[in-house]
Design a protein around this ligand. Structure first.
Ligand SMILES: [Cu+2]
Length: 471
């Protein structure tokens, strides 16, 4: 896609079909200083200081890669390298990533931008970068062996193309993929529209994250790379609950959340308290005729989904994968179901595996969330996260959308727990529970009035579709 103007500009312009390695000498002499990030905190949006204006996204527990303009070309420098990622407080994993973190930094550009990305390989093996979902010259597609030679350790390649269509994309290696994705090599890419777009709404908050998964044995720190399906850590941006930041928004904000799935299974993403529309995929904005209100959207393997909703209900709303074992952290496998069983023999077996293992599961597994069971060093608790009412009993792919009246526009800080208005929290019934009566028993068709709760709570009825005008 190199046009004559770019060629004549002499800014290290590269013809798309040419192998990047053979043309990069001039550019490499002056490649942009790589920027690294090591804090796992969610970084504030990176406001564009050069190039076309846009409304930046916020990467959950991540950041956006700064760029420099070079004769009208946006230049980025990605460094593929081993990193240490704190996946949750008290639990660090040895991963591979880009620029100090896994996932790598989010790349944000504007539709029509000419983009040049330098990729330096500091891994112990070769790699490449595939720009998932992009329209680009075939030789820039990053498939090792097919469209380019592998980037050997210590080498730098240059990719260059025009970000032709706006949307939600990602990047990842197309070289020894099973290892490199199992180790955390991936990143988000957003191409913002250059002008008002009939299918792309303006939003107040725009969050992005990738779904990823690891198999890290309790007590160790390096993922097992031969695992195909049986992962034990289900993460967003290589973080697991309670290590995933909440998504903090202002009441009545229009909120967009973009999600990409680079795990080996699908994830039905479920939002409480609101309905959303799927407004885009990695194929671009969805036609309006296809949009319907949902509270769960499945994100299949290798897919991206962007959802949008009006945050018009105050509170702390759970947002999570609906596969219940994806909202748990590492646990031993092959643990039998213990509910209602005499546990003594099983306890003896488990104790052989983990000394001081607490007997779990006689009454379900909720005990695991509450009690202080000894676990090996550097292991995330299976289900945890303290909430205002006790243990949340969640791990993995779980976070909270915090909708607050007083959250300032552009403020992404955590407002703390929701303060519920009086009379709006589920409450314990005083006195003994009523006798159970079976349906069909004589005289048991209707619940006796004396068993109804004594207190009255205010019930708010909201008509479906209200509050969505202009959404
Ligand atoms: Cu899931």
């Amino acid at each position: 896609m190199t046009n004559r103007r770019n060629f004549l500009s002499g800014a290290g312009a590269i013809t798309g079909a040419l192998a990047a390695a053979s043309v990069s000498k001039v550019a490499m002499a002056a490649l942009p200083e790589p920027v690294t990030q090591t804090t796992p905190n969610t970084m504030p949006p990176l406001m564009p200081a050069s190039g076309r204006p846009y409304n930046p996204v916020v990467t959950l527990n991540g950041w956006t890669l700064p760029w420099r303009m070079n004769n009208g070309v946006k230049e980025f420098h990605l460094v593929a390298e081993p990193v240490v990622r704190e996946m949750a407080p008290g639990f660090k994993a040895n991963l591979w990533g880009y620029n100090g973190q896994s996932p790598g930094p989010t790349i944000e550009v504007v539709e029509g931008d000419r983009v040049r990305i330098f990729v330096t390989n500091k891994l112990p093996e070769h790699t490449s970068v595939h720009w998932h979902g992009q329209r680009l010259p075939n030789g820039m597609d990053g498939v090792t062996g097919l469209t380019q030679p592998a980037i050997r350790p210590g080498k730098t390649f240059v990719y260059e193309f025009v970000a032709r269509r706006p949307g939600t994309f990602m990047y990842h290696p197309h070289a020894d993929e099973m290892t490199q994705m199992a180790m955390g090599m991936m990143g988000f890419w957003v191409t913002h529209p250059k002008a008002e777009h009939p299918l792309i709404e303006k939003v107040d908050r725009d969050f992005v994250f990738l779904l990823n998964a690891y198999d890290v044995e309790p007590g160790s720190a390096t993922p097992k790379i031969m695992t195909m399906l049986d992962f034990n850590l289900w993460s967003w941006n290589s973080r697991i609950f309670p290590g995933i930041d909440s998504l903090n928004v202002r009441l009545n904000d229009k909120v967009r959340i973009r999600i990409g799935n680079l795990t080996m299974t699908n994830h039905p993403m479920h939002l409480h308290g609101h309905e959303f529309l799927v407004t885009g995929t990695d194929g671009g904005p969805t036609p309006r005729s296809t949009r319907q209100y949902e509270v769960t959207a499945d994100v299949a393997v290798g897919q991206m989904r962007q959802i949008e909703f009006l945050a018009d209900e105050e509170g702390d709303w759970a947002f999570h994968c609906h596969k219940s074992h994806h909202t748990m952290n590492a646990m031993g496998h092959d643990v039998p179901t213990l509910i209602g069983l005499d546990h003594k023999d099983v306890a003896r077996q488990i104790t052989n595996l983990v000394p001081d293992y607490m007997v779990m599961g006689e009454r379900g597994m909720a005990d695991m969330g509450e009690m202080e069971m000894p676990i090996p060093d550097n292991t995330a608790r299976m289900m945890t996260g303290e909430g205002p009412f006790g243990s949340v009993e969640m791990g993995g792919m779980f976070s909270v959308v915090k909708v607050r009246r007083n959250q300032k526009p552009g403020d992404y800080s955590n407002p703390g727990w929701f303060k519920h208005p009086k009379g709006t929290v589920a409450y314990e019934l005083d006195g003994p529970a009523p006798e159970t009566s079976r349906q069909g028993d004589a005289g048991a068709a209707a619940m006796p009035a004396q068993n109804m709760p004594a207190k009255n709570i205010e019930v708010q009825i909201r008509k479906p579709g209200n509050g969505h005008s202009g959404h």
